[in-house]
Design a protein. Structure first.
Lengths: 111, 111
């Protein structure tokens, strides 16, 4: 059983398009996250949600809109994609300050 | 704000060599500390963790001790294998709904 699953694994799209990445966790965690990993492997928090409520929005452009329909799901919609959005996006979940569990990542390439 | 500093990589070792990857942190309060490992094309996997001062986390021959006096959490392994080649991330959680990661250290082990 996959604990944190995100789809798709790969996404290639043209500039200006709109795309979504879906994430689901079956661990019963209250908190979910989106992280962005750049080409140098640096990981930066984008959003965190606790019990479906947005807690952290780390100066992310408003072209990125997360949505949490329930505690087990956190999706990421991106409007008007730009070349600089190319990266690997990771979904994660955790219970309070315990370790975070990460999905396999979505490699987004904007051409 | 909270931060994590890791030694720059890449680190290249021969099989059976001793590994140390340094990690220091800055945080208010008493964070939980983690080491994650990322194999090529995969997500982050928890390697080990420690939640309070003097705790030692260990897994798969890797160890790290939470040192409050030196604000450090260095990763060690007595004898590395080729299969340990990966990127290693030190991270902390202060209960602020985010995990702060270091820049990652790439380890390459040669047969």
């Amino acid at each position: 059983d996959t604990a944190v699953s995100q789809t798709p694994k790969y996404l290639v799209t043209q500039m200006g398009n709109d795309k979504s990445i879906k994430c689901e966790q079956n661990l019963g965690h209250d908190t979910m996250y989106w992280y962005k990993q750049d080409s140098k492997k640096f990981l930066k928090i984008m959003f965190s949600y606790n019990n479906k409520e947005l807690i952290i929005n780390e100066t992310v452009p408003n072209r990125f809109s997360p949505k949490s329909p329930d505690k087990a799901h956190l999706n990421l919609h991106i409007n008007s994609l730009e070349l600089g959005d190319s990266a690997v996006y990771f979904c994660a979940s955790s219970h309070e300050r315990a370790e975070a569990f990460f999905g396999q990542g979505t490699r987004l390439t904007v051409v | 704000g909270d931060s994590v500093t890791q030694m720059e990589g890449p680190v290249t070792l021969s099989e059976e060599a001793f590994l140390t990857i340094n990690c220091t942190y800055t945080a208010t309060g008493y964070p939980s500390l983690f080491w994650y490992v990322q194999y090529p094309g995969e997500g982050l996997q928890l390697l080990l963790k420690a939640t309070k001062a003097d705790d030692k986390g260990s897994n798969k021959g890797f160890e790290a001790t939470y040192r409050k006096e030196t604000t450090s959490f260095h990763l060690e392994k007595g004898s590395v294998q080729v299969s340990d080649s990966a990127v290693y991330f030190c991270a902390l959680s202060s209960g602020t709904y985010k995990y702060i990661f270091g820049t990652g250290t790439r380890l390459k082990v040669l047969a």
